[in-house]
Design a protein around this ligand. Sequence first.
Ligand code: EPZ
Length: 428
Amino acid sequence: MDRIRIVGGNQLTGSIPISGAKNAALPLMIASLLTDDTLTLENVPHLADVEQLIRILGNHGVDYSVTGRRERQSEGYSRTVHFTARNIVDTTAPYELVSKMRASFWVIGPLLARMGIAKVSLPGGCAIGTRPVDLFIDGLQALGADISIDSGYVTAKAKRLIGTRYVFPKISVGATHVLLMAATLAKGETVLENAAREPEVVNLAECLIAMGAKISGAGTSTITIEGVDSLHGARHAVIPDRIETGTYAMAVAMTGGDVMLENARPDLLQGALDILAQTGAEITTTNSGIRVRRNGAGIAPVDITTEPFPGFPTDLQAQFMGLMTMSSGTSRITETIFENRFMHVQELARLGANITLAGQTAIVEGVSKLKGAPVMATDLRASVSLVIAGLAAEGETIVNRVYHLDRGFERLEEKLSGCGATIERLAS
Ligand code: EPZ
């Protein structure tokens, strides 16, 4: 298994191109199931999760082709991908595929809406928590689906879904994506209340509108969808990745330096940027992206609580904890979205961090320096928090289980070494 070797201590200086967002690309790709025309997506990142979803969609009969914008210095940066679901050959998403990536459960919405039936494996829990699917089932039932659960599979049937008013009992990004997609082909009007307001939901809604859907209110907590009989093809761009943006911004805040995050959009993560500014980083927005600087000043401690958008994202919690390990005081980090998202705490401790857990809150006492060590993590964002900490630590850090990073960070080593970091992949 590949590992990443980092020798910490270098400031980061230069520019980093921000890729298309993984968590926007995945639902957009799934939306291709809603039409027999071609859906062309620009700025699709080259990531393990994207490749896995291509396999899953292929199993349903979706053809795809890549016409590159191989836009940067090397091949493989975000591409233009064409998805065509002319013939859906299989409405079952099997356990072997769904268990590898939770978001693949989301095919249930478009398959049901277009084909009248979908049989999708339950995704199971994952490293960050139990992650049930009750909201998906409840919401699809509200749209008139007949749902049964048997032998680990959810089977949903409906001749045609029927518009309804549905109030999410809890905010869920995935369930909002799924009900939004399903409702586009339902008969009549659907009103989704307490919907997720994440930028990825807006990106999906804009794509669906380009495909002929009638949607208003995406980005607010009430989304209204007037069902149509069919959708057509479209061309649509994936938004820049706000989590990748925040991750590199925190890396610079931690190591010091001056980096331009090209193509980054501040409106996608303003809450997190404001917090970062409170820690002492200088954030400026230009036409080409976001510039992050920290020169000389220390890192001020700041308390955060993760919340649905526009609050502080859970997907940046681990990275922010990495930053706070070297602050000049005590910070409290509270996780409210997932019940088990502190696996990085023990690994950061291996680098010399001083963190105490009290239920859903981590109390981080800043230390003046971290020291490199071998570490590993069990999820994507936790892994990258160890990379950030390793960049600021003295000496060598080896990050094991690199496949987590490959799920969500495009060319991580190349982007960081381009800014002066000593970081390399050690092939197994
Ligand atoms: C999306 O996951 C993201 N994944 C996650 O990013 C992100 O952490 C999460 O949203 C929150 O922002 C993708 O977009 C692919 P949720 P999702 O449904 O949609 C509970 C990453 O690292 N819930 O908003 O699965 C759930 O357990 C990943 O890129 C139910 O109780 O998250 C959680 O506590 C990790 N019942 C809360 O809602 C349900 O039926 C929010 O989860 C569904 C969810």
